[in-house]
Design a protein around this ligand. Sequence first.
Ligand SMILES: [Zn+2]
Length: 202
Amino acid sequence: MEYLLPIYSSWMLCIPVREKYILMTNILHCQSPEKHPAAENSTDTKTTTVAQGSFVIRESLLSGEKALHASMAFQEGEVLSEIGFRSLVIAPNYLSVQFGEAEHGMLFPAHLEYINHSCSPNVFFDVDARHLRALRTIAPGEELCFFYPSTEWSMNQSFQCNCRADNCLGFIEGAAHLEESVLESYELSNHIKAMKQRNRAA
Ligand SMILES: [Zn+2]
């Protein structure tokens, strides 16, 4: 399977990325349906089914916030989606995912961009195996969320997390800014492990 699609010219990427950035600056954290039941069936929410019915993009018509939800159950360890990168970016941006020590890309399929951060994630972007994997059982309707520092070393846009997890870390800046004692409780990409090890040795 070809994971890296031909690189688009930078101007083609520039406009949609900027639009999403404006819309999504306040929704960098997951808000699980269990803790926000009103949002689940709100008439102010637009839903779009993607990936042959596996997922639903929920968009708030009030704020423009988007989030990807499972529309079927997944078991722990199950692969939800293969992942690739439709283009590379020179520097990380709000929607890019880091898949190597100096490699950042825009996700393919693009709907995976709507997976927000949580300090208690239910999916893991395994950029080494090139798939999205369930970290625990996921119920239909549950929002998918991953731990940004599991792939991101130093984010260009840090943010105050409001995921409401019991173990919420607060300010999220990337793995470079977290203690190893914190990181070791999460599944991490190989490049994050290598960079942390090098950082420790320095
Ligand atoms: Zn949090």
